[in-house]
Write a protein of this length. Structure first.
Length: 195
């Protein structure tokens, strides 16, 4: 009995394990998706639309943010690419916002998978949900500084609703693009999926 158990154990150890499919690797040229158009600086009092479902932690200003601009992308499938934010389609310029951009990432059925706030804010809530902050708390960002790759599925289409929001004084936003590139970061999430 003992010999049979040992033989079975050795046979199982020698059997090849089913391999996991490799994570997709983007091999095409950079591809840009415009998330927001430029909106010049204007007083918050001139902004008629509010996001009444959101509350922002503020020392001064309005806790219910005013909408500076909003836009929903076409379906985006990153196919394993790096997905970073830029101020132009050529992935050369940085971008800016006063106060912050809320990104709402949805699946093909329209269900929101994730929300993140990027920019100058000290905390944003949607009902009881605390929205994650991404990147440093400031108004300007370098080209490609904000990497959305870990937030987006590697090979499933999503839409991104981008909303620039202002909580007091003046609000504005530069052009904002999501650019897909083939340069995966070594040791990053995609490398881990392939192991």
């Amino acid at each position: 009995m003992r010999a049979a158990l040992l033989t079975a154990t050795l046979l199982l150890a020698a059997c090849p394990r089913p391999s996991r499919p490799l994570a997709p690797r983007y091999a095409g040229p950079p591809r840009a998706y415009q998330l927001l158009a430029e909106v010049p600086e204007a007083e918050i009092s001139s902004r008629g639309e509010k996001r009444a479902d959101l509350l922002v932690a503020v020392e001064s200003g309005q806790p219910v943010p005013a909408v500076v601009a909003t836009r929903t992308s076409e379906p985006i499938n990153r196919h394993g690419a790096r997905a970073r934010l830029y101020g132009d389609a050529a992935a050369a310029e940085g971008w800016s916002v006063d106060n912050f951009v809320l990104l709402e990432i949805g699946d093909k059925s329209g269900r929101i998978l994730r929300r993140v706030a990027i920019g100058f804010q000290q905390g944003v809530t949607l009902g009881t949900e605390q929205i994650d902050s991404l990147g440093p708390m400031r108004f300007t960002f370098e080209a490609g500084e904000i990497d959305l790759s870990p937030l987006l599925p590697a090979d499933e289409p999503v839409t991104i609703k981008a909303t620039a929001l202002d909580v007091g004084g003046v609000g504005k936003v530069s052009k904002l693009y999501l650019v897909l590139t083939a340069d995966a970061a070594p040791g990053g999430e995609d490398d881990l999926r392939e192991r």
